[in-house]
Design a protein around this ligand. Structure first.
Ligand SMILES: Nc1ncnc2c1ncn2[C@@H]1O[C@H](COP(=O)(O)OP(=O)(O)O)[C@@H](O)[C@H]1O
Ligand SMILES: [Mg+2]
Length: 310
């Protein structure tokens, strides 16, 4: 019987449509790839998919639970919904460090405002006032302030001094923020990593207007840097256990620092990534998903973490 791949997605149309077409064309009837269809979930009913590609569960808790059920029932879920539920940028930075990847000095801060349902007396364990001087001495200005549970460049602040820092922190409300030393980079890369193995390095200019960020006709990458970035991308995705991810690396003095690398639903729209990058991700994901859906699946909670790099 044909293996079945379900695509779970939100507003995007181009990538899921093209991917289904490509998988169905290449697999010649061995695999059927189609949009996943679901109503109410039942604990006694198996979801009829051998593999599900998740492009949206970070926005829809109902879908996240569906994926956890599907994985429990033996489906491959790309990406691992248990780990996707558990990761955050601060913890990711620890995982990256342990995988032997360079990371910026990083601190996790208590929420500026009380999270819903809590008040001052809820924080019996929190030292107050916080040891700000020690934090600033460790990180050094400029400091990037960004949500640990964040994405899409929302609530990211660059703070040049303590005044700017406290002004920004004031605005973060009940978000859980992390603070990082600024990596003043010569080059910045956003890299697709498929199957924890195939790496596509894309020169990226985070300071350019949105539609020009993926640099077209970028100069060739110096060999040692390319080797290091390839290695780091694989090490990161193997540690995290993500099969479909983008990794952002900021290169300072020839060393790539991992900035943003827990993106299990990465941008795959041709108007933003460009036609050549779109074709790369389409080709590699069709190939990877066809291969994966035929393999028996072993339940996995994380990637190589907590193994440490030697
Ligand atoms: N430590 C840092 N050093 C230098 N630039 C940073 C740092 N952290 C974030 N940035 C800049 O801010 C942008 C957004 O931060 P990022 O961690 O990628 O968050 P998001 O998940 O919202 O994209 C990055 O693309 C980069 O340009
Ligand atoms: Mg980013």
């Amino acid at each position: 019987m044909a293996k079945r791949i379900g695509l779970l997605y939100g507003m995007e149309r181009e990538f899921p449509g093209a991917l289904a077409q490509e998988i169905n064309r290449r697999s010649k009837g061995e695999v059927v790839c189609e949009p996943l269809v679901v109503g109410a979930l039942r604990i006694d009913r198996k979801l009829p998919y051998d593999l599900i590609l998740d492009r949206i569960s970070h926005e829809v808790p109902f879908y996240r639970t569906l994926l956890k059920q599907a994985a429990d029932q033996g489906a491959h879920v790309v990406n691992n919904p248990y780990w996707f539920s558990a990761d955050d940028k601060y913890f990711g930075t620890i995982v990256a460090d342990q995988a032997g990847v360079a990371v910026p000095r990083t601190v996790l801060l208590p929420h500026k405002s009380h999270p819903p349902g809590t008040e001052g007396t809820s924080f019996s364990n929190l030292r107050f006032p916080l040891e700000w001087e020690e934090v600033f001495d460790y990180l050094k200005f400029p400091i990037y302030l960004k949500p640990a549970y964040g994405g899409g460049w929302k609530n990211v602040y660059r703070c040049a001094n303590p005044d700017e820092f406290f002004h920004s922190y004031e605005q973060t409300g009940d978000l859980c923020m992390m603070a990082q030393e600024e990596i003043v980079f010569e080059e910045y890369y956003r890299c697709y990593v498929l199957g924890r193995e195939h790496v596509h390095l894309m020169r990226y200019d985070p300071k350019a207007p949105f539609h020009e960020r993926y640099v077209r006709n970028a100069p060739p990458i110096e060999k040692a840097l390319k080797t290091r970035m390839d290695r780091d991308c694989r090490a990161l995705c193997k540690a995290l256990g993500y099969d479909f991810n983008t990794v952002e690396l900021a290169v300072r003095d020839g060393i790539p620092y991992a900035i943003d690398f827990t993106n299990p639903c990465p941008d795959a729209a041709s108007p933003s990534v460009g036609e050549a990058n779109f074709q790369w991700i389409l080709d590699k994901s069709a190939d990877f998903l066809i291969r994966k859906v035929k393999e028996p699946r072993k339940l996995e909670m994380t990637g190589n973490w907590p193994e440490r790099a030697p």
